[in-house]
Design a protein around this ligand. Structure first.
Ligand SMILES: Nc1ncnc2c1ncn2[C@@H]1O[C@H](COP(=O)(O)OP(=O)(O)OP(=O)(O)O)[C@@H](O)[C@H]1O
Length: 267
């Protein structure tokens, strides 16, 4: 069954551009091998939901792809380039095409929302302050925050506003691919649904590709085009929500056909 789902996905993937291709990736800490020969493809323009039991290595994979953790072996090709094989200059250019929203927002508490959004601009670009202010204003509008949010500090924002501000910072350089680590965690169901709608809208309007680590079944059912499940140190199964619902792999079955999931399906 799992094999059949994988083969169907490969067929569907044929002909679409792969923006992230991970092959035989092994990552570990001392004797603890967290990912073992893992393979994963993310296709342009899709929202990929990445799930797996707690502690299976979802964050480790995302951090390794972002070069925040070292890999033992394997290849990671991102936006058509293999990081290990490009020059420093090309690596910098690649980094600019990636946006990241870390869990809990991870905004700088001593900076206002506007200043937070301008951090990547300062790091990668050499722009006059008035242009950066205008760009920050546009990003704030894009994520649905009020203009007044620009001069507020993170401590003055609600959880939902922090997520939106962090998303605005992730979008600061108009990336092709954004990584979201549990973007709806800590939000109430209405706030989470609004955030999901925002992500779908941004994908549709900006043509973003979204890689989203999530435990949120609502997000998986409502906005993800495809889902990848991490287990046994690799991607156990990849597919649409329908594929997940038909899958007999025990963890996938209990996650997607358990009590909580059934409540969503029958909503
Ligand atoms: N810097 C590190 N040093 C040593 N071990 C680590 C490090 N980071 C992660 N690990 C280990 O890697 C494994 C996977 O952790 P990871 O945080 O990726 O899980 P996760 O799937 O994201 O979990 P959760 O859903 O709870 O966030 C765990 O066993 C963890 O202890």
């Amino acid at each position: 069954m799992v094999q059949a789902v994988m083969e169907k996905q490969l067929e569907q993937a044929a002909g679409r551009e792969t923006v992230l291709s991970v092959r035989d990736l092994t990552v570990g800490f001392g004797d603890n091998i967290v990912l073992d020969k893992l393979n994963l493809d993310v296709l342009r323009g899709e929202i990929l939901g990445f799930v797996g039991a707690s502690g299976t290595g979802k964050s480790v994979l995302m951090r390794t792809v972002l070069r925040l953790l070292p890999k033992r072996s394997g290849t990671i090709e991102i936006l058509g380039a293999e990081y290990d094989k490009v020059s420093d200059e090309e690596r910098l250019a690649l980094d600019m095409r990636l946006g990241v929203l870390f869990q809990h927002g991870a905004l700088f508490s001593a900076l206002t929302v506007r200043e937070n959004i301008q951090v990547p601009m300062r790091e990668y670009l050499d722009l006059p302050q008035d242009l950066m202010d205008e760009l920050a204003r546009l990003k704030i509008e894009l994520v649905g925050l009020a203009p007044e949010a620009a001069e507020k500090y993170p401590s003055e924002l609600s959880g939902g506003m922090i997520k939106r501000a962090a998303l605005a910072r992730a979008l600061a350089l108009d990336p092709d691919l954004v990584f979201l680590d549990e973007p709806t965690s800590g939000l109430d169901p209405i706030g989470a649904a609004e955030f999901d709608e925002l992500i779908a809208k941004l994908r549709d309007t900006l043509g973003l590709t979204v890689y989203m680590v999530t435990h949120d079944l609502d997000s998986l059912f409502s906005v993800c085009d495809r889902i990848a499940v991490l287990g046994q140190k690799r991607v156990l199964v990849e597919g649409t929500i329908e594929d997940m619902l038909a899958c007999d792999e025990p963890w996938v079955k209990s996650y997607f056909r358990g009590k909580r999931a059934r409540a969503i399906v029958h909503d």
